[in-house]
Design a protein around this ligand. Structure first.
Ligand code: RIB
Ligand code: CA
Length: 311
């Protein structure tokens, strides 16, 4: 039985790899791709998502535009990581597939109302603005969501956009707070995990060696995308964040973590967007998230390469 998912995304090269992984995997039925402002402004994330779908040979996928700014904060983008287009690395043709007329938030609400409870999983790969807006506008959908499997947050790995906060949570901490308080089952892929899934030279060359358009694209995206993190961390490669969400759906045993309370800082300017994980159960705050801490990186890249080869 295929698993029905909605990917909510701000492509972004790592988002693009995650979308390719999902579209290459018959275990998953992508009901739609909803775009949000994050790495780059909304018009670009909505454009990039369609470029990726066409690269993957899936112009049939429904792509929706959602929120163009966070709930309360001004939009913070990350062109310094992803380039001006948000998808620098390889020149892709302008998409011919249309953007859907329905707003992404309405699509999320309608889809959850139309499908049996527990049959649709939400996979946010960017700021949580669309998800939080849907939950605020239609509280009835919360119990219908099977699971939210998201990339975001950090605890032992600390922040990547401030000393305390990871980008997706930092951009819209109010939205993240709504999602983490929603009582929807959460699986969180924080920097604690993604920083253990680095795009080493050998791993990138394995994509290029596929000799396919998709393999070439993934190699070029990761080539471009890794330069910033390698410079910053002095590491051999960059963390491939968002594909961890899709890999979890396909092979959950690649990951280990703990079911703990995770609460989002929304008040302090110093630690705004920090995901405070009660890893040692020192509070009486109820556990609300499976917070991942470890990944089998070789297994992750083997899965990724095998699937990208199918496109
Ligand atoms: O902090 C990493 C996250 O921020 C990833 O989702 C990346 O695409 C950016 O959105
Ligand atoms: Ca992203």
């Amino acid at each position: 039985m295929t698993r029905k998912i909605i990917i909510d995304t701000d492509p972004g090269q790592d988002d693009a790899v995650a979308i390719c992984l999902a579209l290459a995997s018959p275990e998953l039925e992508v009901l739609g791709i909803t775009c949000v402002a994050g790495n780059v402004p909304l018009p670009l994330t909505a454009l990039n998502a369609r470029k990726v779908c066409e690269l993957a040979g899936r112009p049939d996928i429904k792509v929706f535009a959602g929120c163009d700014r966070p709930l309360e904060r001004p939009l913070v983008t990350a062109e310094y990581v992803h380039g001006k287009t948000g998808l620098d690395g390889i020149e892709l043709p302008a998409p011919t597939m249309p953007l859907q007329d329905t707003n992404a938030v309405e699509f999320i609400i309608q889809t959850l109302r139309e499908h049996p409870a527990g049959s649709v999983t939400l996979c946010p790969l960017g700021p949580l603005t669309n998800i939080a807006t849907a939950l605020q506008r239609a509280p009835d959908i919360a119990p219908k969501i099977a699971e939210i499997v998201l990339m975001g947050g950090a605890y032992f790995e600390v922040g990547n956009v401030t000393p305390a906060a990871e980008f997706n949570i930092y951009v819209d901490p109010q939205a993240a707070d709504i999602v983490f308080r929603s009582r929807v089952p959460l699986v969180v892929m924080p920097l604690d995990v993604t920083h253990r899934a680095l795009t080493t030279r050998a791993r990138i060359e394995a994509f290029r060696a596929l000799g396919t358009r998709a393999g070439q694209a993934v190699a070029s995206w990761t080539d471009f995308y890794e330069r910033f993190d390698m410079e910053k961390y002095g590491s051999d490669g960059a963390p491939l964040h968002d594909p961890c969400v899709i890999a979890y759906l396909l092979q959950p045993a690649l990951f280990t973590g703990r079911h703990v309370n995770v609460t989002v800082e929304t008040g302090s300017e110093l630690t705004l967007g920090m995901t405070v994980a009660d890893w040692w159960y020192v509070t009486d705050r109820p556990a609300n998230a499976m917070f991942m801490g470890q990944i089998d990186a070789d297994g992750f890249y083997a899965l990724l390469t095998e699937r990208i080869a199918r496109l």
